[in-house]
Ligand binder design. Sequence first.
Ligand SMILES: O=P(O)(O)OC[C@H]1O[C@H](O)[C@H](O)[C@@H](O)[C@@H]1O
Length: 575
Amino acid sequence: MDFMQEYEKWLHSPALSPEEHAELESIKDDPKEIESRFFGPLEFGTAGLRGTMYTGLHNMNIHVIRWATQGFADVIAAEGEEGKHRGVAICMDCRNHSMEFARAAAEVCAANGIHVRIFDSLRPTPELSFAVREYGCQAGINVTASHNPKEYNGYKVYWSDGAQLPPHHADAIAKRLEEIDIFDGVKRMDFEEAVKSGLIETMGDETDRKFMANVTAMINDRETVAKVADTFKLVYTPFHGCGYKLVPEALTALGIKHLIPVPEQMVIDGNFPTVVSPNPENPEGFYLAIDLAKKNDVDFILGTDPDSDRVGIMVRNHEGEFQPVTGNQTGVLLLDYLIGALKRSGKMPANPVALKTIVTTEMARKVAESNGVKCFDTFTGFKFMAEKKNALEESGEGKVIFSYEESYGYMLGDYVRDKDAVTASMLLTEMAAWYDAQGMTLFDALNALYEKYGWYAEKTHNLVMPGLDGLRDMAKLMKDLRENPPTEISGVKVIVRKDYTDGSVIDCVTGAKSRMELSGSNVLRYELEDGTVILVRPSGTEPKIKVYILTQGADAAASNANLEKYGRWVAALKP
Ligand SMILES: O=P(O)(O)OC[C@H]1O[C@H](O)[C@H](O)[C@@H](O)[C@@H]1O
């Protein structure tokens, strides 16, 4: 694509508002900026389209939203009249322009004769997955950039099972888009007109009630919560986003009496004014919650991201300080707790299964298998976990009790096919209360798990490479690693090398080549002589290469020393 030509096309399009024209005019002498906005369209990555909210083809704006929706509408329409009638559920998060973009998507669907159910205001992402399933919709659209910084927005697409579209399906939309002109090829219908004609319907409290009935049915142990409810306290922050209402509601239904919300962050605001990044993976954002927790003598903090699909926790250690519990650790804690709770309540299904991704700690497998639960790996993204859950359950091979990613996402129950911070927050709180009743904090519980299952340690390094140069650098880094694979990392031999792009496995000792089951994702994996696993992949949601170190040691000091040692190799990777 000739980026200058594309820029000119946009600059002269009558579809642009005066403000958008002015924005494009202002970069006319900046070819680099023009190239980065017009070199090509956004790609469907880990979680659909995601980009910064500027005027441009490689950005998120109303034109890109309408265009993507026209492509998606064609894919839905290909299902025939029945598919159009089943229609699409549409949701949005708290970001600037999310509501406007969601309504724009609804207008395009309606103009294509596709029935729309749109939420009347922001909702947690898992509720969209739920709504698609509950109302038997053909598809779903969610306008959200999840945990990204405020400049971003995104467009997630779902299919009838309530899961995000798998890559081959997303490719069909991308192919369709090549044939649709972004300005002239999109059908539109006025929102109010479409409401009047019955093509657009609104979802609100009635859908919340149905969703919440499913969430609260997941409670395992009200009795233990009730025992400690007079003294057990927690602090909660939704980071200005969608968790503000239904997470507290779930906790109240659980029987929690002392929920202390962070007042400044209970305010919905797409500028996320109190944090640099609304990502619960970044502990800095918890500073207000920590202050409040210390003042109120609380040991447990819960924080959900802006679209409330991810949740992060912090616990007080023996020095009285709060420390973040990583997604890997939180998942291990919850998996172990759920296994115990299901066994205690006699609700453990036959052939139980836990799912995790290839970049999630092996400790989860250890916990699962030590307790008679099978564990399977998938690629990053809940669409893959949903696919695996559906396949295992449809074939009768297993019943998934828990699915999780190291990146703070947890999927529970059968009513959603995406990560769900509403249900996870409630069950994490139930778990914290249960340990409280045993005289333990989650900090104690985690240490007990390490003692029992081994000292696993993980660290994800993010090599941030923004802009067009960044894209090139990232591609070069992956290429270099393929062309000159490391034979040792920080002085330790690589014994097996795997490339998930084509599923190839190379035994570095014998040179033998074989294949693995998983393939089709740009991920490299190195297995080292000491049992450490290092994985490298470009993020599908942010401009960065992620390097995951999964290691183990005889004790905490030894496993942390490994993280440091291998971290030095990672640091040298960045161009
Ligand atoms: O590692 P990335 O490709 O950036 O993805 C990070 C996360 O992004 C989104 O939240 C997806 O829904 C997750 O499944 C994924 O783990």
